[in-house]
Design a protein around this ligand. Sequence first.
Ligand code: SF4
Ligand code: SF4
Length: 192
Amino acid sequence: MFKFLKQVTDYAKGSVEAAKYIGQGFAVTFDHMKRRPVTVQYPYEKLIPSERFRGRIHFEFDKCIACEVCVRVCPINLPVVDWTFNKSVKKKELKHYSIDFGVCIFCGNCVEYCPTNCLSMTEEYELAAYDRHELNYDNVALGRLPTKVTEDPMVTPLKQLGYLPKGVIEPHDLPKGSQRAGKNPQDIVNNK
Ligand code: SF4
Ligand code: SF4
């Protein structure tokens, strides 16, 4: 008799536990049913990269002094600086410059240490190519101005979800005066 009662009690306890977990599961499901989808409809919608995003490197040929600092600070000695020495002016003359983005890890060291600031990181991240050799950008390709998500008329640019007001998932229509879930980069810098 005692054994039977214990079995009934254990069964009841188990049922209560199971009901609790099912309830928790449904609570999560219902909570998500209230929200809008967060999927970005790429390529019709694109997220605006953050301010210090490290995308494709831009290179200004005229500013380069062929010092090769970028090669020395690169963890894989990647930039190829092809130069000749001009004896008449006793200066190096840059012939070609290239970076292979199939190998580059976008660490930004070359940009950081270039003494003439002829390298800069852009917000361009769409570098997909059919042939890996196409990722080896020469000075002409590196000198091309970057494409911007905000300047493409075919694309709806979306703010990063971290900067949206609290509880708002739909990035298209922000209620005025609502508090942001994440801080804007300038607020972090100014300790607001
Ligand atoms: S560090 Fe700058 S100036 Fe020097 S070779 Fe590299 S890109 Fe040119
Ligand atoms: S971003 Fe980094 S890995 Fe790429 S070329 Fe510059 S230093 Fe090298």
